[in-house]
Design a protein around this ligand. Structure first.
Ligand SMILES: Cc1cc2nc3c(=O)[nH]c(=O)nc-3n(C[C@H](O)[C@H](O)[C@H](O)COP(=O)(O)OP(=O)(O)OC[C@H]3O[C@@H](n4cnc5c(N)ncnc54)[C@H](O)[C@@H]3O)c2cc1C
Length: 489
């Protein structure tokens, strides 16, 4: 008999784990609370435009690079159309306006050599420091694309070297505030402040995008549907609108799950591709030891994100082929706030989509923390509108007067919390900080036999980090030897 597996959650973590397990011959069912699959992958449409939620660009999709190897294995390379960024020499443009930060603009190009050259051109007095920084970044890129992270015994970032906070590494190298502020951006992709970001995470995050960066040529919803279709083609089933309320456990062995509507689903194995705190709440009293429960409850999470999507006149605001980051720093070069801008072509004639992401400012939404999406007070919507207008006004400092401006939608950390069940609306889940290295290690194991975790929390956030986590969890389920034999990437 083939073992039956329930995968909870249909984000990239759940869907990738489900495809791998289905390919290995398990009977797999994905259980998703929302009416549509995809979690953070899933874009939504406003005013005829596709508004992205959690995929703005992807790293490492060139042949031989890590995400391409993952997509090839999952069998979705041809069904997810992408477009290479950086053809104009820029993937990310950082704009600084703090007096401590010189120069006021830095371009991240494609390729590690080009990146090192740009750093040296911008900071000609810090060549030794730059060489000291680049050497571990190059090593991280090799480890990433060779899949050493997955194939090495244990396969966990925290077991590897370079766990010193990157801020400390830069202090030791005597790096200037200006260089520090440029190097602070990759850790912000993980939601971790530079000062507390293990050097390893910084290097991997940077290497994954600098190696090659890509935009979806389809929408995130299309990508979610492509992954779902691939899973169904392998014989898997997705239950939508199936909100799991309890994970059933007997004598510390998993038995299945119960849904909000009372339905029970039995399984030999449950893979919860959800935040570990959400999983803990689904476990019956006494299912795990208090020490495990306390470790999970005590984990610090990343901050939330506020997002604005607006339609703008396409002739006045043509597509920008790279991303823009407006970065506020303190006098030491640490990032105090950040805005991410993207202008892209849309499916509506004469209209482009301006998307802006910024920190969530959780305190702004605190009064409505006990309300749920669609059932919030008018004052919440009024504040959201006002804050969106402020963010758009600020955008005019970069793009000039926004012509044909039409605010399509904005979302707060509470929106995200309710959409994917992320505690307090945390964007990137568990904080991968140097001070939590031990607490966040081996998060795919649980104290319940047959219950495993997957998703962005088990290894690292981002599409790459999340799929890497899915492979690591499957390796744990089938064992290292079987994994090496049957899971050929
Ligand atoms: C604003 C934002 C921008 C981002 N931009 C990028 C980017 O440009 N590139 C990149 O690589 N990464 C990006 N990321 C990170 C990336 O989107 C995430 O790391 C990744 O999508 C997480 O996938 P996941 O499967 O772990 O979680 P999720 O996508 O959150 O999936 C969890 C799923 O579980 C379901 N669920 C929850 N509770 C239950 C329940 N009780 N019963 C059943 N189902 C349940 C949820 O509905 C959801 O579908 C971004 C993230 C955010 C927030």
């Amino acid at each position: 008999m083939r073992k039956s597996i329930l995968v909870l959650g249909s984000g990239i973590g759940g869907l990738s784990a489900a495809i791998i397990l289905a390919k290995l011959g398990f009977r797999v069912t994905v259980v998703e609370k929302n009416r549509m699959a995809g979690g953070l992958l899933r874009s939504y449409r406003r005013g005829g435009l596709d508004c992205e939620v959690g995929v703005h660009y992807l790293g490492s999709l060139d042949r031989g690079q890590i995400l391409r190897r993952f997509f090839d294995y999952l069998g979705v390379t041809d069904s997810i159309p992408v477009k290479r960024m950086g053809k104009d020499g820029v993937i990310d443009r950082y704009l600084f306006d703090s007096p401590a930060t010189h120069p006021h603009q830095f371009d991240m190009p494609e390729g590690l050599d080009a990146y090192a050259d740009n750093l040296k051109a911008a900071f000609p007095e810090e060549l030794r420091c730059i060489d000291g920084i680049m050497s571990p970044i190059c090593k991280a890129a090799d480890q990433l694309h060779s899949l050493e992270l997955l194939n090495s015994s244990g396969a966990d970032f925290s077991l590897l070297d370079q766990s010193l906070p990157f801020g400390e590494v830069l202090d030791t190298l005597g790096c200037s505030p200006g260089l520090r502020s440029v190097l602070a951006i990759p850790s912000s992709w993980l939601g971790v402040p530079l000062a507390d970001c293990p050097a390893y995470y910084h290097n991997i995050a940077l290497a994954s995008y600098v190696s090659s960066s890509w935009r979806l040529q389809c929408s995130g919803a299309y990508m979610a549907d492509a992954l779902t279709a691939r899973f169904e083609e392998l014989g898997g089933q997705v239950l939508r609108g199936a909100d799991v309320s309890e994970i059933q456990v007997k004598s510390r062995v998993v038995k299945g799950v119960q849904l909000q509507d009372g339905t029970t689903l039995a399984a030999d194995i449950v893979v919860a591709a959800l935040h570990p705190k959400a999983v803990l709440q689904m476990l019956p009293q006494g299912a795990v030891k208090p020490s495990y429960a306390n470790r999970i409850k005590g984990l610090q999470d990343t901050h939330g994100i506020f997002t604005v999507h607006a339609a703008v006149d396409a002739a006045a605001h043509p597509e920008i082929p790279h991303n823009l980051f407006k970065v506020d720093t303190d006098s030491s070069g640490n990032v105090s706030d950040l805005r991410y801008y993207q202008i892209r072509r849309s499916r509506r004639e004469g209209v482009n989509l301006l998307s802006i992401l910024t920190s969530g400012h959780d305190e702004l939404w605190q009064p409505w923390v006990h309300s749920t999406t669609g059932r919030r007070a008018d004052a919440y919507y009024a504040r959201k509108q006002k804050y969106s207008e402020l963010i758009l006004e600020e955008a005019e400092q970069i793009f000039g007067k926004l012509q044909g401006l039409e605010l399509l939608d904005s979302s707060t950390p509470l929106t995200l919390r309710d959409w994917v069940n992320s505690p307090d609306g945390s964007a990137y889940g568990v904080l991968r900080s140097a001070s939590q290295v031990l607490g966040t290690a081996l998060l795919n194991r649980t104290a319940v036999q047959g219950l495993f975790l997957a998703g962005q929390n088990v290894m690292a956030p981002g599409v790459i980090g999340t799929i890497l986590g899915s492979f690591a969890t499957v390796k744990l389920i089938v064992g290292e030897d079987d994994f090496a034999r049957s899971c050929r990437l």
